[in-house]
Structures are given as C-alpha cells and as structure tokens.
Design a protein around this ligand. Structure first.
Ligand SMILES: Nc1ncnc2c1ncn2[C@@H]1O[C@H](COP(=O)(O)OP(=O)(O)OP(=O)(O)O)[C@@H](O)[C@H]1O
Length: 265
C-alpha cells in the first residue's frame, strides 16, 4: 500500500546511510544568483532504494553532486556513512569517491578499450585495492552478465552496458550508489533489466542506492520517492507505485489555491 507521510523530509528512525542538514547551494551572485538547493534536510535510508523526482531545474543533480562531493555546497552539511563531506580535502574526497561511493550516469561512461570485466574492476585497480573475488562473482551473478564479461562495450547492448556500469559502481562495496537518470538512454526492456539489478543490489546484496529519475515507472522500483521543487523537498511517498507517483506529480504541479479563496461569505 502507498501512502504519503505528512513531514516530507523528517529524519527517519534507523541510522541513515547519507544525510544532509541545511544544505544550500547558490550558483553565481547578485541579481543573477540561482538558489539550486534551499536549506535541504534529508535522510537516505540504509539498505534501501530511494528515488528523487522533481521538475527540470529543481535541484536533483545539484543535490546528488553535493552529497557525493562532486560539488561543494554554499553552506550546510552532507554526511555519507558517518563521514562529513565538507571537511575533506580534495585528496580525501577522491579517495572517498573511489572507495565508498558508486556512480551510475545516464551516459554509461565505460572505457571503450576495456572488456566488461576490466571495466567492472577498474575502481579497484584505480584504488590499488585487491579484488574480492567472491563479491565480484556475486555482483556479476546479480547483474546477469557472466557470459559477456570478455566483450568490449561496443559489443554490448545499451542495457548490458549500463549493467556493466552498475556492477562497476558496486565493485568496491560502496556505502551508497548515486545513480543519475540511469535508464534515461534505455528502452523499456533494457530499463527493466537495469532497474531489476539495482533492486537486487539492495534486496540481495544489502546495498544503498539513491537514484534520480523523471519516470514514474522507474520511481516505482524504489522503496521511497522524494519530490524536489525549487530546491526543497516538498513531499515523499513510501512504497510507491507508478500510479501513486503520477498522482503525486499531478498534485504537485496543480496550481495552488490561495488560503481562503473560494470561500462563501
Ligand atoms: N554550474 C551551474 N551554474 C549556474 N547555475 C547552475 C549550475 N548548475 C545548475 N544550475 C542551476 O541550478 C538549478 C538546479 O539545477 P539542477 O541541474 O540541479 O536541476 P535538476 O533538477 O537536476 O534538472 P534536470 O532535471 O534538468 O537535470 C537550475 O536552475 C540550474 O539552472
């Protein structure tokens, strides 16, 4: 069953895997300044798939980038797995991104000259770590690419390439995976493959995933959907279905009736 909770971004009981407090991001200054994030407070649950939705320009990518240390907030705090991002030097941020965060982008961003296997293990190689073979097997099994590991990206379908990108995001057993429109370039069959994998990575492998999407059917794979508008969270939905997401989007985009308007005197 789906239901909306009254307080959109109220802290959740279990310890969150990532959170923001008073997160504010202003691009530019003076009259041209754009407030992309307007004092955001949010908790992302551990071991869950959370979707972020909102109109174009509402701040979704900015939030992901600030949470992942790809961009610095103007003020406020972003914490991932107990680590405050703002206090880290560039060197430590790079290390954190390589070892504790996973990324999936709309454009798969695979290295064309490497095989699927080499693309998947790249973050471990870059961090000069040791590959956990058991975990590699588990991830490859969940992603369903066992027979394609020696292929290069050009020899794979879009959906298969994105599944390689998902496996690469998970190979370091990150604290959290940030996925920005992971199915934006895929047809519906390939989207279902990728989303099925992200779902299994949470259910079977215990990972935590935060995913930006515009698509209600994609958001329905999540445990919770958070809605951003003008740099603020305005609503959330637990156990979403495509229909409940569409309904929430409809409500949010409906013109607001001013208090007292339409009253009979
Ligand atoms: N580098 C930048 N310089 C100036 N303004 C920016 C920059 N990046 C984003 N913005 C502005 O900040 C606001 C939020 O942008 P953001 O990309 O986070 O939105 P979004 O919800 O991800 O949009 P979309 O769905 O179109 O990707 C927008 O008004 C955007 O124009």
């Amino acid at each position: 069953m789906s239901h909306a909770t009254p307080a959109p971004s109220a802290p959740r009981p279990a310890s969150p895997i990532a959170s923001a407090r008073g997160l504010r991001k202003v691009y530019g200054d003076g009259p041209a300044a754009v407030v992309a994030l307007d004092d955001v407070d949010v908790d992302f649950a551990r071991g869950a798939l959370t979707a972020i939705m909102g109109p174009s320009g509402s701040g979704k990518s900015t939030l992901m980038h600030c949470m992942a240390g790809l961009d610095r907030p103007t003020s406020g705090r972003a914490v991932v797995d107990g680590q405050e991002i703002g206090g880290l030097s560039e060197k430590h941020l790079t290390r954190l991104r390589r070892t504790r965060l996973g990324f999936v982008f709309q454009a798969f961003n695979l290295v064309p000259t490497l095989t699927a296997r080499e693309n998947i293990t790249l973050p471990v190689d870059l961090a000069r770590g040791r590959l956990d073979e058991d975990w590699f097997e588990e991830v490859v099994d969940a992603v369903g690419l066992g027979h394609r590991l020696d292929h290069r990206p050009a020899e794979l379908s879009g959906g298969q390439q994105q599944r390689v990108a998902c496996a690469r995001a998970l190979i370091t057993r990150p604290s959290v995976v940030f996925a920005d429109e992971p199915t934006g370039n895929l047809d519906s069959v390939s989207s279902a493959e990728v989303l099925g994998f992200l779902r299994r990575s949470v259910d079977r492998l215990g990972q935590s995933v935060v995913m930006v999407t515009h698509d209600p059917a994609t958001a329905a794979y999540a445990d919770r959907v958070l809605f951003l508008a003008d740099g603020r969270f305005v609503r959330d939905l637990e156990a979403p279905t495509a229909d409940s997401v569409i309904e929430a989007l409809r409500t949010l985009s409906a013109p607001q009736v001013p208090a007292g308007a339409g009253g009979v005197r």
